[in-house]
Design a protein around this ligand. Structure first.
Ligand SMILES: C[S@@+](CC[C@H](N)C(=O)[O-])C[C@H]1O[C@@H](n2cnc3c(N)ncnc32)[C@H](O)[C@@H]1O
Length: 258
C-alpha cells in the first residue's frame, strides 16, 4: 500500500504532469513537508485536497519544487572556457550553431549565451532554444527584467551594452531577446529535439535520481551533433562519460564522440 507521500506523488503527477518519483526523495520531501507544515497541514492527503481546490496553493507548491535560482554568468570561469575554448572548437567545423539551454529558469543562462555568442558569431549564424518545465519562470524570462544582484558576475561592458536600468531593475535589450526562443519542456517526459551543437543543462540534474539522470544523459548525447558539447553545472560532473558516447572536453564540458 502507498504511504501518504507516495499517494501525494501520484496525485500530483495526475494534476501537474510532473513525476516527483524521479526527483531525489529525501530532499524533495523535506522541501514539500516544510511548505505543507507552514500552511498548517499535518499530512499530504489533506494538503493535496486543498491544493486541488485552490490555485494559489497549487502555484506556491509548483514554485517550491521548481527552485528557480539563477544568475547571469553563473560560475563565470566556466563561461570563460565556453568563450575561449568551446566556441572556437564549434566554429572550426560549423557555419551555424544550434544551442539548447535546458532548464533555463528565468532566462539568465540563455541571455548569457546570447551575449557571448554575439561577440563571436553574427546572430543569423546561431539559434538558442531555451526550455523549462515552469511556465511562470518562462514568462519572466520573456519579460527579461532582473534585479541588480543577478548581474553581479556579468562583465560591466555587457551590462552596459545589453541592459537598460529602470529604477532598481535591469531590462534586457530586444536585440538579445530576438536570439532566443523560449518553450515549455519537461526533461523527464518530453521528446528531445535533435542536432544541437551545444547543450547547456546546469543545476537541475542534481535534483534527479541516478536513474533519471542516466536516462537524460543518454538523451542529451543522442541530441548532440558529432563533436557537439554538453555543458553541465559546477557540481554535476558526469562520472562515466564513455557510457553516453561522450568524453571530457574540459572541466564540466563533455564532447560527443565522432
Ligand atoms: C536551479 S534552476 C537552474 C537554472 C539555470 N540552468 C542555472 O544554472 O542557473 C533549475 C530549473 O530546473 C527546472 N526544472 C525542474 N525540473 C525540471 C524538468 N523535469 N524539466 C525541465 N526543467 C525542470 C526548474 O523549473 C528550474 O527553473
Amino acid at each position: 500500500m502507498k504511504n501518504d507521500y507516495e499517494t501525494f506523488v501520484s496525485n500530483f503527477k495526475k494534476k501537474s504532469g510532473i513525476d516527483l518519483f524521479f526527483y531525489k526523495e529525501a530532499q524533495m520531501k523535506r522541501r514539500l513537508t516544510s511548505l505543507r507544515d507552514k500552511r498548517g497541514y499535518h499530512d499530504f492527503s489533506s494538503y493535496f485536497t486543498d491544493v486541488q481546490k485552490d490555485a494559489e496553493l497549487f502555484h506556491e507548491l509548483l514554485d517550491r519544487l521548481t527552485i528557480n535560482v539563477s544568475e547571469f554568468y553563473r560560475n563565470k570561469k566556466r563561461w570563460d572556457v565556453l568563450e575561449e575554448k568551446v566556441i572556437p572548437h564549434l566554429k572550426k567545423t560549423r557555419n551555424r550553431i544550434k544551442v539548447w539551454s535546458a532548464a533555463c529558469s528565468t532566462g539568465e543562462e540563455p541571455y548569457t549565451l546570447a551575449m557571448i555568442l554575439n561577440k563571436h558569431i553574427s546572430s543569423n549564424k546561431f539559434e538558442i532554444t531555451a526550455t523549462d518545465i515552469d511556465e511562470n519562470a518562462l514568462r519572466r524570462a520573456e519579460m527579461g527584467v532582473y534585479p541588480e544582484r543577478s548581474l553581479r558576475e556579468a562583465p560591466k561592458e555587457m551590462v552596459h551594452k545589453y541592459f537598460k536600468k529602470q529604477g532598481l531593475h535591469y531590462q534586457v535589450s530586444d536585440e538579445l531577446k530576438k536570439d532566443i526562443i523560449f518553450k515549455k519542456h519537461n526533461l523527464l517526459s518530453d521528446r528531445f529535439e535533435q542536432n544541437y551543437d551545444l547543450i547547456v543543462c546546469r543545476n537541475v540534474l542534481i535534483y534527479f535520481t541516478e536513474q533519471a539522470k542516466q536516462q537524460i544523459y543518454h538523451k542529451f548525447s543522442q541530441s548532440l551533433t558529432e563533436n557537439g558539447i554538453f555543458f553541465v553545472g559546477s557540481t554535476e560532473q558526469v562520472f562515466t562519460p564513455g557510457e553516453y558516447n561522450l568524453k571530457l572536453f574540459d572541466t564540466f564540458f563533455y564532447e560527443k564522440n565522432a
